[in-house]
Design a protein around this ligand. Structure first.
Ligand SMILES: [Zn+2]
Length: 302
């Protein structure tokens, strides 16, 4: 088997796990490296379009229309209908994505379904036993707290506990909330994009670099530079360090059964994340409580 996720412990729907990929072992929730992200913690795993992937890593095939031959392990091509397309078009895209995936059992796949939680659920159910599932159009879900919660809960509830759920493009201040809903894998794409757009990441939010009088961070970059001195490369280094710190913080919190407390602290500056946490707590209590361990320290799950 090319990849499998071993779940070590739960804290609510969040999971601490070990991802086995070829000879690599990665503690999850984990941060996947992406092209242009520079050096990362040792043991990192690259996720990239097949053409850009050198050596080990997870290939992403992209769109079915590219007609690429599937010849190495990765995330299969999907039929991308976009996020806001009319329902019947998205429905067809889901069916095409499932049909293609059925020809390649054992491979990772993409959960299509646009803005329709029931179509996401249909896609997830058909792909429930895949080793890794990527959420399509995740960046659009970050614009709407209700869709974000409904789609992730619908997907996580229908897939195998041993499926690694991958949400691309997430900013680090959402890692805790997303992990709380059962997301296992994040990537460096947002850190790279932010450094191009002069956006400075903190554990709480994304800020415009030019608005900062001082750098509110003690990393190796920020402790030696003023805001005006941050080149794109230095900003990327800082953003990468923030993302790595956030993912370690999430893993620690899960080990300590304290993820709920971390989520509450990390959503404070984001109206979207605060609202998403409220929807999750008010309307999806059974989802949150289903996996809460009975013993010891049942303080997670709110
Ligand atoms: Zn810094």
């Amino acid at each position: 088997m090319e990849m499998h996720l071993e779940v070590l412990r739960h804290d609510g729907p969040a999971r601490l796990g070990r991802l086995h990929h070829q000879r690599r072992r990665l503690l999850t929730p984990a941060l996947l490296s992406t092209p242009g992200a520079g050096e990362q913690d040792s043991g990192g795993l690259m996720i990239a379009p097949k053409k850009e992937l050198k050596g080990e890593g997870i290939a992403v095939y992209g769109s079915i229309f590219a007609g690429e031959r599937v010849d190495r392990f990765g995330i299969l091509p999907s039929f991308p209908a976009g996020y806001d397309a009319p329902r019947r078009i998205v429905e067809e895209a889901v069916e095409e994505t499932i049909r293609f995936a059925e020809k390649h059992p054992g491979f990772g796949a993409v959960v299509e379904g646009g803005r329709y939680p029931d179509l996401r659920a249909r896609c997830a159910r058909a792909l429930a036993d895949r080793p890794i599932l990527k959420i399509a159009c995740a960046d659009r879900l970050f614009e709407n707290q209700r869709r974000l919660v409904e789609v992730l809960v619908a997907v996580r509830e229908r897939i195998s506990p041993n499926t690694a759920l991958y949400v691309p493009d997430a900013p680090p201040h959402l890692f805790a909330l997303l992990a709380y809903m059962g997301v296992d894998l994040f990537d460096m794409k947002r850190a790279v994009l932010a450094s191009h757009g002069k956006l400075y990441h903190t554990q709480l939010e994304e800020l415009e670099l030019q608005q900062l009088q001082e750098l509110p961070c003690s990393c190796s970059v920020c402790s030696r530079h003023a805001p005006a001195e941050l080149t794109r490369e230095l900003l990327l280094q800082h953003n990468r360090l923030v993302a790595e710190a956030c993912i370690r913080e999430v893993r620690n919190a899960i080990s300590l059964n304290a993820l709920r407390e971390l989520v509450e602290a990390r959503v404070a500056c984001s109206p979207l994340a605060t609202a998403a946490l409220r929807i999750l707590s008010d309307e999806h209590r059974s989802f949150l409580e289903r996996y809460t361990p009975l013993f010891p320290y049942p303080k997670g799950g709110g």
